[in-house]
Structures are given as structure tokens and as C-alpha cells.
Ligand binder design. Sequence first.
Ligand code: F6P
Length: 370
Amino acid sequence: MNSSIRRVAICTGGGDAPGLNAVIRAATIAAMGKGWEVYGIREGFNGIFFPERYSDGGVFRLTRDRVRGITHLGGTILGTTNKGNPCHFPLKMPDGTIREVDRTDEILEFFAKRELDALISVGGDGSLTIANALAEKGLRVVGVPKTIDNDLDKTFTTFGFDTAVAFATECLDRLHSTAESHQRVMVVEVMGRYAGWIALHAGISGSAHTILIPEIPFDLDKVAAKIRSRDLHGRMYSLVMVAEGALPRDGHRMLAAAAETGHAERLGGMGELVAKGLQERTGKDTRVVVLGHLLRGGSPTSFDRLAALRFGAAAVRALDEGQRGVMVALAINGVNYVPLAEVAGRMKGVPLDGDTLATARDLGICMGDD
Ligand code: F6P
């Protein structure tokens, strides 16, 4: 349809998520079907900034053979990075200090020099904000929403989330029996950044007794009361699901690492804090399991594979239809396009008036506030 496109590039940025390879495969095959050449950029935009690091020069041709048999594989054949945002790139100065510089012009120059007509940028909030900045500078960009956290606005879901929830649910299933055998409190910390989607969905599916999410600041005394009440009813064990971004009413978020130039802060440690507080309050033997990066690995579920394949193919259709500066998004009746500007920098938390949260409360799950 849009004969002006002959060559497109694909990049994957931010934390990896199951389904990235399915997007790459679908986009490559769909683009080749239109007669376009497809190129993969290595590790975010590092393939452009640091060609000397790669034996293939950092940007390489994607062919049918390169994308064969990868739909079910976790990770990304392009590699990814969550360091070195091109809009705020950390550059080491001769005096050893680090300064943030905007390197987006270099990306545009690279596209012009290599006669690349468009970019498919697969990523989460950070990558889509960069994609929006590039689109505003005139690059023809289509974004694809990726993150296990499901915290992107304007799309019903992101790929990677379902796989993370399925794995966390299976972990809870396994923890019930050992917690019950030992009459213990098991605290399970999951990723999700500042949103509680993974904790809430897996917590309900895996029958956690308490779920602590960033959207509802918690009171540990309420959680301890829930554990005591279960004990009184002869249910001598409890599973407590904690989102890494969960927030005590009278405290603050736990950080595993502070933000550095070009790299966001890393959350982590809330599970440990909650376990310690519960052990002190209830006197019960308490253990912590941090699922961490296990949630990002492995094979995508069929839901995530299909979503990723649909997103990859839709990104190519969007470009072919002349769209630019949009993200492909999942709506209940199919894939549609939303302006990147409406997604960039906006986080989607768990709605406090949604039925999923209401379901948790209806099931008697303690949310740390009642
Ligand atoms: O955004 C995805 C995510 O896995 C978050 O859930 C988590 O907070 C973060 O990335 C961890 O990032 P890193 O790769 O730096 O450990």
C-alpha cells in the first residue's frame, strides 16, 4: 500500500519480556511479505552508537532464516538494554564526571545514511517515550507495547504479563503445601515496578491470603490480624503476595539500587521487610521468596505469543497504511493504533474501582488496608 517504504529497522529496549521474539518474527515476515528489507538493531540503540562492539556492525539483516523457530523462545535475538536512554545518554567526560546528552539526532542521521525508512520500537514506558521523541523529530516510528508489568496506558494488556502471572501463580500453588506443612507465613515478592498488576492477578489466581500492591498503601498490623484470624480458624499458614513497589502507610518504597544517570532506580526488598514485620508481630516462622527475574524468563504463554505476533504484524500494517508516531494496542475487539504521545510517560496502575480488585476483597483477601 505504502510504496515509499523499502527498509525498516526493529529494536527492542528495556527489560526483556517473553514474546519479544514473536514480535520480531511476525514483523519480519510481514514486512518481507511487502517486499521490504528488515534490519535488527542490537541492544536497544547500542548497535547504532557502538558498532565496534559487534562483529556484524550492530545492525544486521533479518531474514526468514534468522527468525525461524523463535516464536516460543524467551528473551530477544536482538538483545536489549535498560541503560543508556538516547534522550539522556550518560557520557563520561574527560574529567571523569558523567553528563547527560541527547543522542537522538545520531539515530536520525543513521537512518538517513543507511536509507532506513521506518523504525518498529518494541518496549515499555521508557522505550516508548524515546520512540515518541524520535517521532516528534520526524522519524517514522511505530511502537509495540512490551512489559511484564502491564503498566502501559491505552492498551488492554502488554505481552509478557500473562506469562509472568502464570509463573507467579504456579509458584503460589507450590508454596501452599510447604507453608501448610510447616505452619509458616510465606511472603512472595514479585516485580511490577510502581504497579500491582502481577501481584494482584497472580495473588488472586494462586489463592494468596494477603496481597500488597503499590496502589493501596498497607498497614502491617492489618496483615498480622489477618494471619492471626486464619490461625484462630485452624488455618495455620498464610501466603502473602507483595509487589516490589508496595508502600507501607507509614513508610517508603524499598530500593535495591538508587537511580543513576541514564538508569532508573531498581525496586526490591519489600518482601524481606514485610516478612520481618510479620514475624515480629505474629511470632510465626516466616520465609521470603523473591521471584524477581524468573518472571521475565521462559517461554511465552499462548496468550502472549498470539498478542506478540498480532502486534508485530499490526506494526507493519500500520507503517504500510502510512501511520507514524503511534503504538499498536490491544482493545477488546482487536488491535488498534494510539498516538505515542498519549502513552509516553503515563503509567497505568491497578484501578481502585475495578472488578478484579473487588473480586479480591469479595474473596476475603486482605489488601493490607482493612
Ligand atoms: O519493567 C520490567 C521490570 O522487570 C520491573 O518489573 C523491574 O522492576 C525491573 O524491570 C527490573 O529491571 P532490571 O532489569 O534492571 O533488574
